[in-house]
Ligand binder design. Structure first.
Ligand code: 0X9
Ligand code: CA
Ligand code: CA
Ligand code: ZN
Length: 522
């Protein structure tokens, strides 16, 4: 009797842990004469990887996904058998160098040519998990910030009383002046990270940005104004259960678990939190999967997951206008909708903001199915609900930055790449707050070469921010060639509007041919 009991107990344990030690490989799938959709239809996660059209698709796959793919008749080449172990040991060696070079990382200043230098915050330190932060180190960072800057950041609090399957809270903090008070008239932005447990760069860059803002408050009037006039909410770990599982299994980094750890009928299945939001949930089986075993499992019903309930609750209680939901990887900023190609009514505005967010890092911009590095539909994503749900709350301009690329190391970049990847996101982060206000972009449209003496400086003004009104453009001579410069011009711009303007000026007649004149449009 006793023996049988022990035997049964053993089976149970084995079962529970078999679920956890899903192993992942990097593999190349031959897609000649086939369709990417044939893979997607298997419920296989093709959310990242490297696609060479009509030839091959290279990405990370779980063992069960590889079985599905092989059974569907694809030829599969295993490139890295045990990907987690590869990641967990990669920092013993220099990073693998890749042949394709990106044309990004200009790292200028913000706004361009106006002061704020995008410098590394001195308080930023790498974490102990291959350079990334284990869960407790993330909470420690938030607490350290509050200790150092109690007047600029709120104390870490749980979002209502939502608890994950493993009993964790979802924490948030806010950066603003008077952070302990809700200043209802201040525009609000939301930044979230780690919907997906294996995307640790999403939280590193968030910590980096937070320190940057706090450290520059006293030093930089532009940053001070952003903090004084807005509230920035941060939810650094949407999926603590999945993240803690990864860190327990791979304390040096490399864990590839994606979903949360929800139970279904007494079995741990895990739900893809970015398929569980309530807007067009389960729209079709291409953008999410009904199969509990799939990496894209959408859950048993809309917002079945406490993590998603917490974020939806927060958005219903705080009127955010812009949200960035940080993920990895793809060198892209995605915008709604993901569920179908039906254009959102604010497509122009969404693009306009996304292009500004990526002005420094030059990431690709588009809806998930339009962007080369993504290329598929998603239903039940955070962006679709945050933007699309306009009855229970107002629309939020929501974006998904996919940080880094496969050549940066995919989900677990080499430790030597982390700071650079964080810095790549600094401009986006700052811009996401600036866009809450009355921000616009001035583009000089004057010809480079002119003759004669009477001219006009021509320019275009694009309104990027959500608050508008009148912008005053003035012309300031910057060399001593001017007889006369016209008065400042006021331009009134509605949402995302573009207008052209001109200011007349006259050049002194003693100028010689070939001489350079210079003026500033402000
Ligand atoms: O598939 C996802 O959930 C996201 N990519 S990831 O590689 N991090 O898993 C993309 C979400 C799509 N979002 C929008 N279309 N806005
Ligand atoms: Ca405030
Ligand atoms: Ca204020
Ligand atoms: Zn993700």
């Amino acid at each position: 009797m006793k023996h049988i009991y022990l035997f049964l107990a053993f089976i149970c344990c084995y079962h529970a842990s078999a679920q956890q030690v899903q192993s992942y490989s990097k593999a190349r799938i031959d897609i000649r004469g086939k369709e990417m959709n044939d893979i997607l239809r298997l419920g296989v996660d093709v959310s990242h990887g490297h696609l060479v059209k009509n030839r091959f698709f290279e990405a990370e796959f779980s063992a069960s996904e590889l079985d599905l793919i092989k059974n569907a008749g694809f030829t599969v080449d295993i490139l890295i058998e045990d990907l987690s172990t590869f990641y967990a040991t990669q920092n013993l060696y220099p990073p693998v160098e890749h042949d394709h070079i990106h044309s990004r990382n200009r790292h200028g200043c913000y706004p361009p040519n106006l002061g704020v230098n995008l410098t590394e915050p001195v308080n930023f330190e790498l974490g102990s998990m291959g350079g990334f932060y284990p869960y407790n180190e993330i909470l420690d960072q938030l607490d350290l910030m509050e200790l150092a800057y109690p007047n600029l950041i709120s104390r870490r609090t749980a979002i209502s009383n939502f608890r994950t399957a493993r009993g964790n809270s979802i924490f948030m903090v806010k950066i603003s002046d008077n952070p302990k008070t809700d200043e209802t008239s201040e525009p609000k932005a939301l930044h979230t990270a780690l919907h997906h447990a294996r995307e640790p760069i999403s939280v590193s860059q968030m910590i980096y940005f937070m320190w940057f803002m706090l450290e520059n408050y006293e030093k930089d009037p532009f940053i001070k104004a952003l903090i004084d006039n807005n509230e920035i909410y941060f939810v650094p770990v949407v999926n603590p259960d999945g993240y803690i599982l990864n860190q327990n299994q791979f304390p040096n980094g490399g864990g590839l678990h994606r979903k949360n750890r929800s139970m279904l009928n007494g079995q741990e299945v895990g739900v893809d939190l970015n398929r569980n939001y309530s807007y067009n949930w389960a729209f079709d089986d291409v953008g999410s999967s009904p199969a509990p075993g799939s990496e894209l499992y959408r859950g048993p019903f809309a917002a079945s997951e406490p993590e998603v309930q917490a974020i939806q609750w927060l958005c219903k209680n705080v009127p955010f206008e812009i949200a960035l939901n940080f993920h990895a990887y793809g060198d892209a900023v995605l915008l709604p909708f993901g569920y179908s190609s039906v254009p959102p009514s604010d497509l122009k505005g969404l693009y306009s903001i996304a292009y500004e967010l990526t002005r420094d890092n030059l990431y690709q911009v588009g809806r998930s199915f339009e962007v080369e590095s993504v290329g598929y539909f998603t239903n039940g994503s955070s962006d679709d609900w945050m933007y699309g749900e306009q009855t229970l709350k107002d629309k939020i301009f929501s974006f998904t930055p996919e940080i880094g690329s496969s050549s940066d190391g995919g989900f677990w970049p080499h430790i030597s790449k982390i700071r650079e990847l964080c810095k790549d996101m600094l401009y986006s982060n700052i811009a996401s707050v600036a866009m809450l206000g009355n921000y616009s972009k001035l583009v000089d449209q004057s010809p480079k070469y002119i003759g004669g003496f009477d001219h006009t400086a021509q320019f275009q003004l694009d309104r990027l921010g959500l608050r508008g009104g009148t912008f005053r453009i003035s012309m300031i001579p910057n060399s001593n060639h001017f007889n006369y410069v016209g008065n400042p011009v006021n331009l009134f711009l509605t949402d995302f509007e573009t207008k052209e303007g001109a200011i007349p000026y006259q050049i002194r007649s003693d100028i010689s041919i070939g001489e350079e004149i210079s003026y500033i449009l402000k």
